[in-house]
Ligand binder design. Structure first.
Ligand code: SAM
Length: 281
């Protein structure tokens, strides 16, 4: 299924007139956000670490030419950019395409190798399970999935060494823990929390004066991280993330969740929140 962008109207509404503006789309996906920014008259630099997005990248390059530039890297590499942007937007998590291709190993609904790597490189979920101690695996299950009886389950998973999604699924005795266990492993395999923390630590330098950073999150752990980083940027004087002294360096933008219409039309929108801040120096 083609990915349906979540909270796109809310993002566009918050960014206002994009004519002649520059936008950094940290999570290109199927290019839903990028296309909307380009159609609204912006120039876009986009990141994605999944090589599966390249067909959509080619389509957009053909249509919009040099108003679009794509970087096939993790978005924490935005630290290497030297230009500044009017807006930086993150639409976190995985896309419908990633879930829908069984061989990617993200879904517990299809039997496939236990992979879960967004970039297709590095350590797969099956290998990560082998590398972690029982305690480390239990901590991941607890922290990123709020999984009940995480110590007992981690021990069972370590002992069984699952190689496929169904082998892992069948070890999880409480059906309510299946989705959270898969989510927790995916977050760990892709270092999702490290990526967002690193990117948000360089974001202040990459925004133009009055520029906005918007982040769409899909679960409470990443939402809490974003909320806390944004709160620090707006309240703590002398914050090392902020390069110059300013009386009120960032203003919080009111958080938004999907309306009833979006929830009805897109089940992926269920847990989404859009948070934002605006630079005022
Ligand atoms: C929810 S989708 C984005 C959908 C997009 N906004 C659209 O409308 O089509 C998230 C995308 O971000 C990518 N992604 C997630 N974390 C990333 C990271 N740390 N660096 C680069 N890309 C990442 C995933 O590969 C996926 O394609």
């Amino acid at each position: 299924m083609k990915h349906i962008p979540v909270l796109l109207d809310a993002v566009l509404h918050e960014l206002g007139d994009l004519t002649g503006k520059t936008v950094l789309d940290a999570t290109f996906g199927a290019g839903g956000y990028t296309r909307a920014f380009l159609d609204a008259g912006a120039s876009v630099v986009a990141f994605d670490r999944d090589p599966g997005v390249l067909d959509d990248v080619q389509d957009i390059l053909q249509k919009y030419g040099d108003r679009f530039h794509f970087i096939a890297k993790p978005f924490s590499k935005m630290a290497e950019l030297t230009e500044q942007f009017d807006a930086i937007v993150f639409d976190l998590g995985i896309s419908s395409m990633q879930i829908d291709i069984p061989e990617r190993g993200f879904s517990f609904r299809a039997d496939a190798p236990l992979d879960m790597r967004m970039s297709g490189t590095g350590v797969s979920a099956a290998d990560l399970i082998n590398q972690l101690s029982d305690t480390e695996l239990a901590q991941i299950l607890r922290e990123y999935g709020d999984v009940s009886k995480s110590v007992v389950l981690a021990r069972a998973i370590k002992a069984a060494k699952p190689k496929t999604t169904f082998e892992l699924r069948d070890l999880i005795y409480n059906p309510r823990d299946i989705a959270p266990v898969f989510q927790a492993l995916r977050i760990a395999v892709n270092d999702e929390m490290g990526e967002i923390k690193r990117a948000l630590s360089v974001m202040p330098n990459l925004l133009k004066p009055n520029g906005k950073c918007l982040v769409v999150t899909f679960h409470s752990i990443e939402d809490r991280i974003v909320k806390n980083i944004f709160r620090e940027l707006t309240t703590v004087p002398g914050n090392p993330l902020i390069p110059v002294a300013a009386p009120v360096p960032f203003k919080l933008i009111r958080a938004v969740t999907p309306d009833a219409n979006e929830l009805e039309n897109n089940s992926r929108a269920r847990s989404a929140h859009m948070r934002g801040i605006q630079k005022s120096y």
